[in-house]
Design a protein around this ligand. Sequence first.
Ligand code: SF4
Length: 211
Amino acid sequence: MVRGRSFASARTDGAGGERDRPESWRREWESLSAEIRACRLCPLGSIRTHAVVYRGSASPRVVFVGEAPGAEEDRRGVPFVGRSGRRLDAAIERVGLRPGEFGVLNVLKCRPPGNRFDRSAARTCRPYLDRQLALLAPRALVSLGASALRSLDPQAPAVLQAAGRPRPWRTIALFPLVHPAAALRSRRFAERWDSDVARLGRWLALGAKPL
Ligand code: SF4
């Protein structure tokens, strides 16, 4: 059983408090993670250091979906561990999510050159994201940045229009945010990040119900 543990593609981050997961679930998750780590389906697979799979709870209430690994994530094989990750973790703490209640992953599992989101690679990589989300079965998603939002919801408006307002996504809800890296670069985006994170906290406190 997976209890009091979290997954970062077989790495733990010390989180706990997950609902029980059966052994069959654990085997399927480990098998999917191994498949991603060995993947060479698109050209990014030959230039990465590590494929970056997941960090967080085995039974997350909320999954944060970023765009692609950056340099630090590629080096360590864990999503959102650089400066953007620290900004994200501060926001997660601020909205009241405990370690066993959330997970973090990216649309693209391998770092694109120059951190430029690669749409063609994202199409090839997409089944991994869908399989991860089907297994994790969160109650809500939070997209981080324009490319993550568009990957999840191609009909969504521009990220500055969409951010801060939950929208329907399949049978659950998607809450878009601007990318935490943008909040580090620009005061305008930092203010937007702060106000939208406050909205996210209020929405989560009300139950993050499907719309
Ligand atoms: S980006 Fe995705 S599809 Fe491309 S090699 Fe990495 S895991 Fe495979």
